[in-house]
Design a protein around this ligand. Structure first.
Ligand code: ZN
Length: 438
């Protein structure tokens, strides 16, 4: 490289986009605002905070002075069960990390020194049975601390931020190098039968190589899991920037093997209990007691997905469950104020946004022709002008949609007259569909 050559821009590309008729608008699923909870730094049994702090402190002795010895080494499965059951009863969904080689303590697919093999197997089984119905499982790279040499499975000997997953290692990596590293992490989860369609970046992982991160995610999730729509969590914004998911590197939309990767964006900081389980947060930052202010009402008012971000050690808070109690109150306040929210997994949000942005929409008289490279449940369209009947033709016989009167009754297979417009909701299949509006 010569000195005058400009650096590669560190921005991702959207890729292809189809033509979409300006008179037809894709709304949120069921015309509701998606919610989701991102849980970082979780794994089986190991309290990542206890084990990672001394490793971070080796590189940054001034910044990691927490008394890690005072933190429990375990976050018990009894708490996973309590949390998972409460979330299920309350309809909460989101993403739950399983760091596969947490802080180099042990391998989820082999041995977790400090715990019996039986305890590890039971812990994995709890994730499979209790968590996976409501939560996407992500690796948060391999160790969340030292970078692993994927040829040997050992951490590199150099003890600097260049060889920590959280800091500088990804700078200058190629797409192939990134895909190799992510694939390694994904295979460990695959070995223990956990489903996976996306990845979470530990700390600053990928920040200096955003295009390579996105494309590496696409390659790795496709290669290891044959995921149709890979997604990743890298960004969170708490300012005025949009937090709508970004559909990136879309290609082959007209062919038989369309591709894209979706960047899911968080809209809050960890205002629960912090990554170390030592920093109590506050409910009011999410939504105030009078239900009027806070970050969530702000994002919900924009109709963008409100995706909350927390860390598992802060939810457990060393047994005091401070983060969990904050989350429970957030859910209670949201329910007190809103009836138009819909909890979704990140993979469901990614799928919806891929369909929303990549479906070709063409109006020919009373027929709206849809060309969808990806299908999704609860696809919701708004068209100008009133209607008397709406019929969906996709694959088999035409199916008339049922008219409903109230926005809350909108579900797949129904339509609604709303402010002089027609809003129709249906399960969009991959390929061609026609919506007849008359
Ligand atoms: Zn993390």
């Amino acid at each position: 490289m010569n000195a005058t050559e400009p650096p590669r821009p560190n921005v991702t590309a959207p890729g292809e986009r189809p033509t979409q008729d300006p008179g037809v608008r894709v709304l949120n699923p069921k015309n509701r605002v998606p919610l989701s909870l991102i849980i970082d730094d979780s794994t089986c049994l190991v309290n990542l905070a206890h084990f990672c702090i001394p490793q971070f402190a080796e590189v940054f002795p001034d910044r990691y002075r927490q008394d890690w010895r005072a933190l429990p080494r375990e976050i018990p499965d009894s708490f996973v069960r309590e949390f998972g059951e409460w979330c299920h009863e309350n309809g909460v969904k989101g993403k739950y990390s399983i760091v596969p080689y947490p802080a180099c303590v042990g391998w989820v697919d082999r041995e977790m020194p400090g715990w019996s093999k039986e305890a590890l197997d039971e812990s994995l089984n709890l994730v499979r049975t209790l968590m996976t119905p409501d939560w996407d499982i992500h690796p948060e790279m391999i160790s969340h601390t030292w970078v692993i040499d994927t040829r040997t499975g050992r951490p590199y000997p150099e003890r600097t931020s260049r060889f920590m997953e959280n800091w500088d290692w990804t700078a200058g990596r190629s797409v192939d190098e990134m895909a190799d590293y992510l694939s390694y992490a994904l295979r460990l989860l695959h070995n223990v039968g956990l489903p996976c369609e996306g990845i979470t970046t530990p700390g600053g992982f990928g920040n200096q190589a955003l295009p390579e991160l996105a494309q590496g995610t696409l390659q790795a999730c496709r290669a290891v899991y044959q995921a149709e729509i890979p997604h990743y969590f890298r960004h969170l914004y708490t300012d005025d920037r949009s937090v709508s998911p970004r559909v990136e590197y879309a290609s082959g939309l007209a062919g038989s093997s369309p591709e894209c990767v979706v960047s899911i964006i968080g809209c809050t900081g960890d205002w629960f209990g912090g990554w170390d389980g030592l920093t109590p947060g506050s409910v009011d930052q999410f939504i105030t007691a009078d239900l009027q202010c806070g970050r969530l009402p702000e994002v919900i008012a924009r109709s963008e997905p409100a995706i909350l971000v927390c860390h598992w050690p802060g939810i457990y808070f060393n047994g005091e469950k401070v983060g969990f109690h904050i989350f429970q109150e957030v859910v209670r306040r949201l329910r007190a104020r809103y009836d138009n929210l819909i909890w979704m997994k990140l993979s469901e949000i990614a799928r919806y946004w891929a369909a929303r942005e990549l479906t070709g929409i063409e109006r020919r008289g009373q027929a709206i022709h849809l060309q969808a490279p990806f299908g999704t449940p609860n696809f919701t369209l708004e068209t100008t002008g009133p209607a008397a009947s709406v019929t969906l033709v996709s694959g088999g016989a035409p199916q008339p949609l049922r008219q409903v009167q109230k926005p809350l009754d909108l579900a797949a297979g129904t339509w609604l007259q709303l402010d002089g417009k027609c809003v129709a909701c249906f399960d969009l299949i991959r390929g061609e569909s026609v919506l007849q509006v008359s």
